[in-house]
Design a protein around this ligand. Structure first.
Ligand code: PEP
Ligand code: MG
Length: 748
């Protein structure tokens, strides 16, 4: 083999063209035998009992399920030693384990390498030969390189698949909405735009006319869906559908389609390229909320395709009255409303993430959702399935004991939900009488109302990035005023914290010069970017102040500050905007000004800045990222990202102390606020105002009402003495449990 890198690329490319992970793995084992001229290639997968189950083989007899018991044989040796074992005459080795069903006695060389995923051995790749010859260095390097690619593929397979059991088939995804449900599968098949083959058009003028017609038809379809949702489920859910209308109406989207059409592409191909462009743009963003918007884009693309095919008005038919779990690549709003609300118990999507709109919908409906489980094959309508939205997992064809456990859990859940619902309009007050202000994080017009619905005391963080990003030119002052006014009106009389643009770095605006940064998280983002694009900052400030229309509840939040001159420049600009508008005869109330505490460097600067600031807000997501030197979006270091890390909580204590010393109002608006253990810790450290996603408000309110300041303070004191996040979390669970909050039944 002359060029094994080329061979590797060829194998992985060929594998990527197959339909399922199982097929991919089978293809890879066959390709390996060919590439390195060997007789056998086998992949074993570790199951829940730590036995090694044969997953795929080329060359071994595989008439029966082959399972090597935990730690046995040379396969067990590879797994335990965590490195490659390369030898001849395996049968003479002390660890040899004879697998009767495999006919493997005919092979005289063995080379096994572990498949490691996220630091754990999840399987073993073995190659064997009839000849008694050691595998050469180059071949050995080839299989160990391939093993890291294979580990990714193998990790995507359901754990129990290898045992051939038809029960308890688990698939992992992401939690989209918490809770558990048991129901019958109803498959939702949707036509996917991305599957449509590329084509060219003879007459671009004709395609342009078709595009106008299609746009009108889809707009009508989305309006119809909105009305149906409003009628069946109420206005607050109907507003979630608005995002598709907004995306469709945005001229950036239309302009892009039209520019592709003018190059001679067929209509669907032009739409496909446009959807891919915007979807990729969202995917590349680091902010999890914005990242999830790519899903809305894909959804809109599929909707356009379906209407083009004339298939929009035929949602699946449901028979009987059994609880239904909708499963599919894209679940549409029409699918949801085609079922009586009480019959739909859960949603499972092949794609999507926790912040996708269908997850927002599930949250609003109060049903569990699991997103991104990957393309599940061999699903049957009517098959029983458990959906565990708490841990983002589904279990198909569950066995009786598993069902019993989940039914018990569902009963507990019901009790908790009933308790939570009664709290919506009650204050978040601790059992010893201290009020904690609960605000909502928001960023889309569609998720403004759910916050109010769940009893938010205000908007603690409005991320203004979205209206800027879904366009291909800057929104004008008037465009922006419309967006901010919607928020201010909805929250009239309540505090609203509007953050200035946090773009740049890996959240570039497509229509401004994009630079390729080596370390985008440490680069040109937040005020670093907007101060270099002053005109942009000025227009936004003017729009915020004008939209406020003299209201006193408006706060401007500045992201990513790290120097005094940045703060001074921002304040100067805000004052300049106020002055300009006053001169123009507009009623102005100077907004209160505060900063996000994200870059650790600002902590010691607060002693110099406090007179210039009206408040501070801790952005625990970025603060943790920078303190721990851990990319918040990189799954490979995901285990290291924990806001309960002692370094983070000691810094939080320091910030809270400084805020107290200088009577600087403080809040926290990162994900940490929706973690049950973290909220107790924050309250114990002295935080009295937090902002979190709307869906988590009821749960966090319930926890706060079950806590006392004394218990929280005592927990915080003990936590500050511990040296690792796991120990802090364990202590937190035990403390919550003593307070009657059973963390096993709830999940933040
Ligand atoms: C944060 O960093 O904690 C924060 C709330 O800002 P974002 O998640 O939008 O970066
Ligand atoms: Mg941030």
């Amino acid at each position: 083999m002359n060029n094994f890198m080329l061979e590797l690329t060829r194998i992985m490319h060929k594998a990527s063209l197959t339909e399922s992970a199982n097929e991919q793995i089978q293809l890879v084992v066959s390709a390996i035998t060919e590439a390195i001229d060997i007789d056998v290639c086998t992949i074993y997968r570790r199951n829940a009992n730590n036995d090694m189950v044969l997953l795929a083989t080329h060359g071994l007899a595989n008439r029966h399920p082959i399972i090597i018991p935990k730690n046995l044989g040379l396969v067990g040796l590879v797994a335990q030693s965590k490195h490659t074992v390369n030898l001849t005459e395996p049968a003479e080795h002390a660890d040899y384990y004879f697998i009767r069903q495999s006919d493997e006695e005919a092979f005289h060389s063995f080379c096994g390498t572990p498949l490691v995923h996220h630091g754990e051995v999840i399987g073993v790749l073995v190659v064997q030969s009839r000849k008694s010859v050691l595998l050469g260095q180059e071949q050995e390097a080839f299989i160990s390189t391939l093993s890291s690619h294979l580990a990714l593929l193998v990790s995507a397979l359901p754990l129990d698949k290898g045992t051939m059991s038809k029960y308890n088939l688990r698939s992992k995804g992401l939690s989209g909405a918490s809770g558990t449900a048991i129901g019958k599968i109803q498959l939702v098949k949707s036509e996917r735009l991305m599957d449509f083959p590329d084509s060219h058009a003879k007459d671009p003028t004709h395609e342009l006319a078709q595009w106008q017609q299609l746009k009108t038809a889809v707009a009508a379809e989305v309006r119809r869906e909105r009305n149906a949702v409003k009628e069946n489920l109420g206005e607050s859910l109907a507003s979630i559908v608005d995002v598709y209308q907004v995306l469709l109406a945005d001229h950036t989207f239309g302009d892009k389609v039209e520019s592709y059409l003018k190059t001679g592409l067929g209509l669907l191909t032009a739409i496909k390229h446009t959807v891919r462009y915007f979807s990729d743009l969202f995917k590349s963003m680091s902010d999890p909320y914005l990242k999830a918007r790519h899903d809305d884009m894909d959804y809109l693309g599929d909707k356009l395709y379906q209407v083009w095919l004339g298939k929009s008005a035929s949602p699946p038919k449901f028979e009987g009255s059994a609880p239904v779990v909708l499963i599919g690549n894209q679940i549409s709003v029409s699918d949801i409303i085609s079922l009586p609300a009480e019959q739909l118990v859960a949603i499972v999507c092949f794609s999507g993430a926790a912040l996708s709109h269908i997850a927002v919908f599930a949250n609003a409906l109060g049903i569990p959702a699991v997103m991104g489980v990957g393309e599940l094959k061999e699903l049957n309508n009517g098959e029983q399935v458990i959906v565990d939205g708490n841990i983002g997992q589904i279990i198909r064809n569950p066995s009786k004991p598993i069902l019993r456990e989940y039914r018990l859990l569902a009963e507990c859940q019901l009790q908790i939900d009933q308790q939570l619902q009664t709290l919506t309009h009650k204050p978040a007050i601790t059992s010893d009488g201290i009020v904690i202000e609960l605000f909502a994080n928001s960023g889309l017009q569609a998720d403004v109302m759910p916050g109010l619905h769940n009893g938010a005391d205000g908007i603690g963080l409005f991320r203004t990035e979205i209206p800027f990003m879904v366009r291909n030119s800057l929104p004008s002052e008037e465009d922006q005023i419309e967006v901010y006014q919607h928020v201010f009106k909805a929250y009239a009389g309540k505090p609203v914290y509007i953050r200035t643009l946090d773009v740049g770095g890996d959240k570039p605006l497509p229509y401004l010069p994009i630079i390729d940064e080596e370390n985008p998280a440490l680069g040109w983002r937040g005020v670093r970017f907007t101060l270099d694009n002053l005109q942009l900052m000025m227009t936004q400030l003017r729009a915020i102040i004008r939209a406020a229309n003299g209201q006193k509840n408006i706060h401007i939040l500045l992201p990513m500050l790290s120097t005094t001159s940045e703060l001074d420049k921002c304040i100067e600009l805000i004052d300049m905007a106020c002055l300009q508008l006053t001169d123009e005869g507009i009623t102005v109330c100077r907004p209160r000004i505060g900063i996000m505490i994200e870059v650790p460097a600002v902590i010691p600067l607060l002693q110099f800045w406090y007179k210039k600031l009206d408040f501070i807000s801790i952005g625990s997501n970025d603060l943790s990222q920078y303190l721990l030197a851990t990319d918040r979006n990189n799954p490979f270091v995901g285990k290291l990202f924990d806001s309960l890390h002692p370094a983070v909580i000691h810094e939080l204590k320091r910030i809270i102390q400084i805020a107290d010393d200088y009577t600087l109002p403080l809040s926290l608006c990162g994900e940490m606020a929706s973690d049950p253990v973290a909220i107790m810790l924050l309250i114990g450290l002295g935080v009295r105002r937090v902002s979190l996603s709307s869906s988590k408000l009821p749960l966090i309110k319930w926890i706060i009402r079950s806590l006392s300041i004394t218990a929280s303070e005592s927990f915080a004191q003990k936590a500050l003495l511990l040296d690792n996040a796991a120990a802090i979390r364990k202590l937190g669970y035990a403390t919550l449990s003593k307070l009657g909050i059973d963390i096993n039944n709830i999940q933040a």
